[in-house]
Write a protein that binds this ligand. Structure first.
Ligand code: SF4
Length: 253
């Protein structure tokens, strides 16, 4: 009997049931930084962050779309900053770029509601199964490892009707990683234009959302393709990517 059969008998089913059922492992992943409730104004807070994610001109806010999860702010001031964890860690994806700024500005709810309605109208036909084309637009490779993990037995995205495809012609969802290098803008746009309608774009990782640490020179992928779902993280967890995929096609709210 092969070793793989023996391992299968020993380990049993390792595939997560998340998000249909809670998963302790999903809750243990660190999400982007949040600001503790009741934090007073603190003009020097921005100096803590090497990525420019902390805004402190008035109320202290964190732009999770720029956060590279380095932990400097949480280590220095745990009374002000904290990791989002538990249910919010893997559910960091947002339907509007400004929704990644926490605490949220008053107009954010309206922007999310408008984005949700528009996306639902476009993706109503994508409920059963979806095919996903991944494009690396200047990634450091970390997001690619997490995307690959989705194909393994633990996450097994096929159980949810999600499949990777090599051809844009067969794709419903464009998964983009990387900070948006100029050389990849053309190929990325061509891939998007080659996909049939309706189509959805997910920016995966802080680099794709904002350029990350290269934010003074590169601004993410939104300049090349219209982003529908923004997923911060450096890199985001496989649970986070799975969550963003399901939000994108209307299987999760
Ligand atoms: S974890 Fe690092 S990148 Fe994120 S807000 Fe804190 S200091 Fe900035």
């Amino acid at each position: 009997m092969s070793i793989w059969v023996l391992r299968g008998l020993r380990d049993g089913v390792v595939t997560t049931r998340w998000p249909r059922r809670p998963d302790e492992y999903a809750g243990s992943w660190r999400g982007p930084v949040t600001v503790q409730p009741g934090t007073a104004a603190w003009p020097d807070a921005a100096a803590l962050c090497p990525a420019g994610a902390i805004e402190a001109s008035g109320q202290v806010r964190v732009d999770q779309g720029k956060c590279i999860l380095c932990g400097r702010c949480v280590t220095a001031r745990p009374d002000v900053f904290a990791w989002s964890a538990g249910a919010t860690g893997p559910r960091a994806a947002a339907l509007a770029r400004q929704a990644l700024v926490v605490p949220a500005a008053p107009e954010t709810d309206e922007a999310i509601a408008a984005a949700r309605t528009a996306l639902a109208g476009r993706t109503a036909a994508l409920r059963r199964s979806i095919h996903v084309r991944h494009v690396d637009a200047g990634s450091d490779g970390s997001e690619e490892w997490e995307i690959q993990a989705l194909l393994g037995p633990v996450y097994d995205i096929g159980r949810l009707g999600v499949f990777l495809t090599a051809s844009p012609r067969h794709a419903d969802v464009l998964l983009v990683t990387g900070a948006g290098t100029p050389g990849m803008a053309g190929p990325l746009r061509e891939t998007y234009e080659g996909m049939p309608d309706p189509k959805v774009v997910i920016a995966v990782g802080t680099d794709a959302v904002s350029g990350g640490l290269l934010g003074d020179r590169l601004t993410g992928v939104a300049g090349a393709v219209p982003v529908d779902v923004w997923l911060p993280g450096s890199p985001p967890s496989p649970f986070g990517i799975l969550n963003a995929l399901l939000i994108a096609v209307g299987k999760l709210s």
